[in-house]
Write a protein that binds this ligand. Structure first.
Ligand code: AMP
Length: 423
């Protein structure tokens, strides 16, 4: 199928042509006709499937027709809610790209930056507003935004919204929306809570599913290295010796871990940068721009920060740790092999994470290939429950000692080795 077969208006077809997009992705092929037919849609799709265009294109088409009939002061008619700043910016960019040959205007609002520029953009009038929940509510409370004229509402990445604790914010936003509207709801996974939320928002929706929540993109080759915790750093260095890996998105469980990994890589003369929630908006944008420009080879990110990253043809994803929630693994590796490109996902498991690997394999219903050519194979055993308890006690003891030391030294603790010493 071609975009021309989807009954799209000329200005949109022209914009798509500029992007060299000729064929719709499966989610676009399914969702665009439904949205054009004014149906509510429950979309089960990961990032990387082309879902942004799947909702942006038909909304632009509706708004374009409305605009032809009425020429009055612009009111916000389409609202897209998304969990992260990066994602919001990207969605805004997509709207701008696809509506390039229309007179429609969009703006993006998100927290972590001063509100002045965002308020000014709103004052100038927009047709489409892309927002993260917190800043939207904030500006609504201050009277800068009214949702009375919303005709199209999109809730994007619903599962992530819930994970990030946005449920109350979302409820407050929904309460302010007109009842008569078209709603689109997208989520990569569909656990019970999400289905429940979707029922509150959608009216007789059509379900569109591209990859079942538990399946991973077919174009992604998945590999795993089993190693010991203290060997991970060296193993990563070994993996990155493969110069084919020009652009790598590396996931870290924690912000602190992300910084540390990036620092270690830089020490090893590998160009790396970390992006996570504690970094300012400018720093994040800069790191992302450098990564996109090829100036940074390894972008180290936490799950939440990585959520909004859209890099064309990202081929390599490394999981420096194994997420304990299997769906997170699916989200992470979905960042490679985007839009039909081949992707490679490489995971590193330390003994304590071996059981998570089993959970993931169950969820994705396939075995991840174990890399045999591994100079740092796993020799340790995962801790038994009693060892874990012992280790927890030991950690508490060390923590107490650390603070006692710090008090003795007037606020500065003696540095000490906190590494695990079971062996
Ligand atoms: P998304 O899932 O919306 O984040 O989109 C993933 C990537 O696919 C983005 O870089 C889009 O620009 C790109 N994309 C979206 N639709 C198409 C298409 N029909 N053909 C080729 N690339 C596309």
């Amino acid at each position: 199928m071609q975009f021309e077969d989807l009954d799209l208006i000329e200005p949109i077809l022209k914009a798509l042509d500029d992007q060299n997009y000729t064929e719709p992705t499966p989610i676009q092929e399914k969702a665009i006709p439904l949205v054009l037919n004014r149906k509510d849609v429950l979309g089960c799709a990961q990032t990387g499937t082309g879902k942004t265009a799947a909702f942006a294109i038909p909304i632009i088409q509706h708004l374009y027709y409305n605009q032809q009939h009425k020429q009055h002061h612009r009111k916000i008619k389409a609202l897209v809610i998304t969990p992260t700043r990066e994602l919001a910016i990207q969605i805004g960019d997509s709207f701008s790209t696809y509506s390039k040959y229309t007179q429609l205007r969009n703006t993006v609002i998100f927290g972590g930056v001063k509100q002045g520029a965002q308020v000014n953009a709103l004052r100038n009038g927009v047709d489409v507003l892309v927002a993260t929940p917190g800043r939207l509510l904030d500006l609504m409370d201050q009277g800068y935004i009214r949702l009375n004229d919303i005709e199209y509402f999109v809730l994007d990445e619903a599962d992530r919204m819930l994970d990030m604790g946005f449920i109350h914010d979302i409820r407050k936003i929904i309460d302010k929306l007109p009842h008569k509207r078209q709603s689109l709801f997208f989520s990569a996974t569909m656990p019970g809570k999400i289905v429940e939320l979707s029922r509150k928002i959608l009216n007789n929706p059509k379900k569109v599913e591209v990859t079942p929540a538990s399946s991973t993109a077919e174009t992604i080759q998945q590999y795993i290295y089993f190693t010991n915790r203290e060997d991970k750093k060296n193993l990563l260095k070994h993996i990155l010796e493969d110069q084919k890996m020009k652009q790598v998105l590396l996931f870290s469980k924690t912000k602190h871990g992300a910084d540390k990994i990036a620092r270690n890589l830089v020490k090893q003369k590998i160009k790396a940068a970390a992006i996570h929630g504690d970094k300012g908006q400018n720093q994040r944008q800069k790191a992302l721009a450098q990564f996109k420009a090829g100036e940074v080879r390894v972008l180290v990110a936490t799950d939440i920060a990585a959520r909004g990253i859209d890099i064309d043809k990202l081929q390599y994803v490394i999981n420096y740790d194994i997420p304990n929630i299997s769906e997170t693994y699916v989200h992470r590796i979905g960042r490679s092999g985007r839009a039909g490109e081949n992707g490679v996902a490489i995971s590193i498991s330390e003994p304590e994470e071996n059981s998570f690997v089993k959970d993931i394999e169950k969820l994705i219903n396939q075995k991840i290939s174990v890399v045999k050519d591994n100079p740092y194979p796993q020799t340790d055993k995962p801790m038994t429950d009693s060892e874990k308890k012992e280790w927890e006690k030991e950690k508490q003891k060390r923590k107490k000692e650390f603070f006692a030391n710090r008090n003795l030294q007037g606020g500065k603790a003696k540095s000490r080795n906190h590494s695990r010493s079971r062996r």
